[in-house]
Design a protein. Structure first.
Length: 202
Protein backbone atom coordinates (compact mmCIF):
# COMPACT_ATOMS: atom_id res chain seq x y z
CA UNK A 1 0.00 0.00 0.00
CA UNK A 2 2.72 2.49 0.93
CA UNK A 3 4.79 1.68 -2.15
CA UNK A 4 1.72 2.50 -4.22
CA UNK A 5 1.14 5.70 -2.22
CA UNK A 6 4.65 7.05 -2.80
CA UNK A 7 4.55 6.02 -6.45
CA UNK A 8 1.35 8.00 -7.05
CA UNK A 9 2.25 11.07 -4.97
CA UNK A 10 5.10 13.33 -5.96
CA UNK A 11 4.97 15.90 -3.17
CA UNK A 12 7.43 18.78 -3.15
CA UNK A 13 6.20 19.40 0.40
CA UNK A 14 3.89 17.41 2.69
CA UNK A 15 0.20 18.44 2.65
CA UNK A 16 0.11 19.24 6.39
CA UNK A 17 3.60 20.73 6.58
CA UNK A 18 2.45 24.36 6.76
CA UNK A 19 0.62 23.92 10.08
CA UNK A 20 2.65 21.09 11.62
CA UNK A 21 6.23 22.28 11.11
CA UNK A 22 5.86 25.73 12.79
CA UNK A 23 4.69 23.95 15.97
CA UNK A 24 7.60 21.48 16.21
CA UNK A 25 10.62 22.95 14.41
CA UNK A 26 11.92 24.62 17.58
CA UNK A 27 12.57 21.18 19.14
CA UNK A 28 14.99 20.02 16.43
CA UNK A 29 18.45 20.06 18.11
CA UNK A 30 20.99 22.44 16.59
CA UNK A 31 24.24 20.96 17.93
CA UNK A 32 26.57 19.86 15.08
CA UNK A 33 27.41 16.19 14.68
CA UNK A 34 24.31 14.75 16.35
CA UNK A 35 22.77 11.57 14.99
CA UNK A 36 19.11 12.21 14.07
CA UNK A 37 16.70 9.45 13.04
CA UNK A 38 13.57 10.19 11.02
CA UNK A 39 11.30 7.19 11.63
CA UNK A 40 8.78 7.00 8.80
CA UNK A 41 10.94 9.28 6.67
CA UNK A 42 8.95 8.93 3.45
CA UNK A 43 10.85 10.58 0.56
CA UNK A 44 13.03 12.63 2.92
CA UNK A 45 11.09 15.89 2.93
CA UNK A 46 11.22 16.35 6.71
CA UNK A 47 14.95 15.65 6.67
CA UNK A 48 15.28 18.49 4.15
CA UNK A 49 13.51 20.78 6.62
CA UNK A 50 15.69 19.61 9.53
CA UNK A 51 18.84 20.27 7.50
CA UNK A 52 17.86 23.93 7.30
CA UNK A 53 17.99 23.99 11.12
CA UNK A 54 20.98 21.66 11.64
CA UNK A 55 22.99 21.11 8.44
CA UNK A 56 25.84 19.47 10.37
CA UNK A 57 23.85 16.60 11.89
CA UNK A 58 24.10 13.00 10.69
CA UNK A 59 20.72 11.92 9.34
CA UNK A 60 19.20 8.44 9.18
CA UNK A 61 15.86 7.55 7.64
CA UNK A 62 13.69 4.47 8.16
CA UNK A 63 10.50 3.64 6.26
CA UNK A 64 8.42 0.59 5.32
CA UNK A 65 8.22 1.71 1.68
CA UNK A 66 10.99 0.83 -0.76
CA UNK A 67 9.71 3.51 -3.14
CA UNK A 68 9.87 6.19 -0.46
CA UNK A 69 13.36 5.18 0.63
CA UNK A 70 14.57 5.22 -2.98
CA UNK A 71 13.31 8.80 -3.32
CA UNK A 72 14.90 9.78 -0.02
CA UNK A 73 18.27 8.35 -1.08
CA UNK A 74 18.09 10.31 -4.32
CA UNK A 75 17.28 13.52 -2.42
CA UNK A 76 19.93 12.96 0.31
CA UNK A 77 22.69 10.88 -1.22
CA UNK A 78 25.10 11.30 1.71
CA UNK A 79 22.68 10.12 4.40
CA UNK A 80 21.72 6.59 5.43
CA UNK A 81 18.31 5.09 4.71
CA UNK A 82 16.80 1.70 5.49
CA UNK A 83 13.65 -0.20 4.58
CA UNK A 84 12.28 -1.78 7.77
CA UNK A 85 9.06 -3.79 7.96
CA UNK A 86 6.52 -3.06 10.70
CA UNK A 87 7.77 -4.68 13.93
CA UNK A 88 11.26 -5.48 12.67
CA UNK A 89 14.42 -4.48 14.51
CA UNK A 90 16.06 -1.24 13.38
CA UNK A 91 19.45 -1.83 11.66
CA UNK A 92 21.14 0.50 14.16
CA UNK A 93 23.40 -0.09 17.14
CA UNK A 94 22.03 0.34 20.66
CA UNK A 95 22.61 3.82 22.03
CA UNK A 96 23.67 5.26 18.67
CA UNK A 97 21.02 7.96 18.11
CA UNK A 98 20.74 11.36 19.81
CA UNK A 99 17.29 12.39 18.58
CA UNK A 100 14.30 10.74 16.90
CA UNK A 101 11.66 12.57 14.93
CA UNK A 102 8.56 10.68 13.84
CA UNK A 103 5.74 12.72 12.31
CA UNK A 104 2.29 11.19 11.85
CA UNK A 105 3.63 7.64 11.66
CA UNK A 106 2.71 5.91 14.93
CA UNK A 107 -0.98 5.78 13.96
CA UNK A 108 0.01 3.54 11.02
CA UNK A 109 2.03 1.05 13.11
CA UNK A 110 0.67 -2.39 14.05
CA UNK A 111 3.41 -3.49 16.46
CA UNK A 112 3.42 -0.33 18.56
CA UNK A 113 5.17 -1.77 21.61
CA UNK A 114 7.98 -3.25 19.52
CA UNK A 115 8.57 0.09 17.84
CA UNK A 116 8.74 1.88 21.20
CA UNK A 117 11.22 -0.72 22.45
CA UNK A 118 13.36 0.00 19.39
CA UNK A 119 13.10 3.74 20.01
CA UNK A 120 14.42 3.16 23.51
CA UNK A 121 17.13 0.74 22.39
CA UNK A 122 18.70 2.97 19.72
CA UNK A 123 18.52 6.23 21.71
CA UNK A 124 21.49 7.29 23.78
CA UNK A 125 20.94 7.85 27.51
CA UNK A 126 19.11 11.15 27.78
CA UNK A 127 18.23 11.06 24.08
CA UNK A 128 14.92 12.56 23.01
CA UNK A 129 12.03 11.68 20.74
CA UNK A 130 9.63 14.12 19.11
CA UNK A 131 6.40 12.53 17.89
CA UNK A 132 3.31 13.87 16.17
CA UNK A 133 0.04 12.05 15.51
CA UNK A 134 -3.56 13.03 14.72
CA UNK A 135 -5.35 14.19 17.86
CA UNK A 136 -8.43 12.30 19.07
CA UNK A 137 -9.78 13.95 22.21
CA UNK A 138 -13.30 13.40 23.50
CA UNK A 139 -14.89 16.54 22.06
CA UNK A 140 -13.23 16.09 18.67
CA UNK A 141 -14.33 12.46 18.53
CA UNK A 142 -17.94 13.47 19.28
CA UNK A 143 -17.78 15.89 16.34
CA UNK A 144 -16.30 13.17 14.15
CA UNK A 145 -19.08 10.75 15.10
CA UNK A 146 -21.68 13.32 14.08
CA UNK A 147 -20.06 14.69 10.92
CA UNK A 148 -17.29 12.47 9.54
CA UNK A 149 -17.40 9.00 11.10
CA UNK A 150 -17.17 7.02 7.84
CA UNK A 151 -14.29 9.16 6.57
CA UNK A 152 -12.11 9.06 9.70
CA UNK A 153 -12.85 5.47 10.74
CA UNK A 154 -12.86 4.00 7.25
CA UNK A 155 -11.82 0.33 7.73
CA UNK A 156 -9.76 0.45 4.52
CA UNK A 157 -7.93 3.63 5.53
CA UNK A 158 -4.26 3.77 6.54
CA UNK A 159 -4.82 4.87 10.16
CA UNK A 160 -5.14 1.90 12.51
CA UNK A 161 -4.54 3.69 15.87
CA UNK A 162 -6.32 6.72 17.30
CA UNK A 163 -4.58 8.53 20.15
CA UNK A 164 -5.84 10.71 22.95
CA UNK A 165 -3.37 12.74 24.98
CA UNK A 166 -3.80 10.33 27.92
CA UNK A 167 -3.25 7.24 25.79
CA UNK A 168 -0.15 8.72 24.16
CA UNK A 169 1.37 9.80 27.48
CA UNK A 170 0.76 6.35 28.96
CA UNK A 171 2.55 4.75 26.01
CA UNK A 172 5.64 6.87 26.61
CA UNK A 173 5.59 6.25 30.35
CA UNK A 174 5.20 2.49 29.87
CA UNK A 175 8.46 2.46 27.91
CA UNK A 176 10.31 4.68 30.39
CA UNK A 177 10.24 7.99 28.58
CA UNK A 178 9.62 11.22 30.48
CA UNK A 179 7.32 13.63 28.65
CA UNK A 180 8.97 17.07 28.64
CA UNK A 181 6.60 19.02 26.42
CA UNK A 182 3.48 18.65 24.31
CA UNK A 183 1.10 20.78 22.30
CA UNK A 184 -1.42 20.88 19.48
CA UNK A 185 -1.44 22.12 15.90
CA UNK A 186 -3.91 22.72 13.12
CA UNK A 187 -7.32 24.37 13.65
CA UNK A 188 -7.89 25.15 17.34
CA UNK A 189 -8.07 23.09 20.55
CA UNK A 190 -10.11 20.93 21.22
CA UNK A 191 -10.61 20.32 17.49
CA UNK A 192 -6.89 20.32 16.72
CA UNK A 193 -5.65 18.28 13.79
CA UNK A 194 -2.66 16.89 15.65
CA UNK A 195 -0.75 16.59 18.90
CA UNK A 196 3.01 16.58 19.43
CA UNK A 197 4.98 15.09 22.33
CA UNK A 198 8.63 15.63 23.22
CA UNK A 199 9.96 12.93 25.54
CA UNK A 200 13.32 11.97 27.04
CA UNK A 201 14.75 8.50 27.60
CA UNK A 202 15.18 8.00 31.35
Amino acid sequence: MYNDYWTRHKFSTLPDFHFKWPAIRKFVPKKPGLSILDFGCGPGLIISAMKEINPEAKYIGIDVSEKAVAKAKKRHAKDKFYVVADGDKFPLKAGSVDFILTTDVIEHVYNTKKVFKEFRRVLKPGGKILMTTPYHGLIKNLVIVLLAFEKIFNPTGPHIRFYTKKGLFELFEEHRFKVEDHGYFGRFYPLSRGIFVLAKKV
